[in-house]
Design a protein around this ligand. Structure first.
Ligand SMILES: [Zn+2]
Length: 156
């Protein structure tokens, strides 16, 4: 574990011989990613724990990921706030491949919210409506337009 500041940290872990970096907290002008560059070989970035990213943080990451263009990088478990950045700013993705993202759903009936993890082979065929766990309404809808949510997938 390497604490770069009190708002953001990167935790390195190994799963079945693959290295995963868990990004956690708020990414802003003070976020440092050098720890990731020091790793040799394939790199997996888990975005699940990122709670916010501001414009300085985006610039920070874009500059960093540019330096990693010769590496094999996967983004996994991207929350909606990261998917939004990938859709608006293609360089946020760099040469990385998106393996999985969280898709937000909101219930029409009780306003419950849910994030569903979707892997790359399903990006083109994501469910627009699912059943609500809270009230059992079948009208829990994808928050936004699926085509827009997966814009990043078509940019490559
Ligand atoms: Zn509901």
């Amino acid at each position: 574990m390497n604490i770069t500041n009190d708002r953001f940290k990167i935790v390195r872990a190994e799963h079945e011989g693959r290295v995963v970096f868990y990004l956690q907290g708020d990414i802003d002008e003070d976020a440092i990613f050098n720890q990731i560059a020091n790793e040799t070989g394939e790199v997996i970035i888990n975005w699940k724990g990122v709670t916010s990213i501001n414009s300085c943080g985006v610039r920070n990451w874009v500059n960093f990921i540019k330096t990693m263009s010769d590496r094999t990088i996967y983004y996994i478990e991207c929350p909606p706030l990261i998917v939004k950045q990938m859709n608006m700013i293609p360089s946020f993705l760099g040469t990385a491949t998106v393996y999985s993202v969280y898709v937000p759903y909101v219930c029409d009936n009780c306003d419950a919210e849910k994030l569903v993890l979707v892997t790359a082979e399903k990006f083109g065929s994501v469910e627009e409506t699912i059943q609500c766990d809270q009230c059992q309404s079948p009208q829990m809808e994808l928050d936004g337009h699926p085509k827009h949510y997966f814009t990043f997938g078509r940019a490559k």
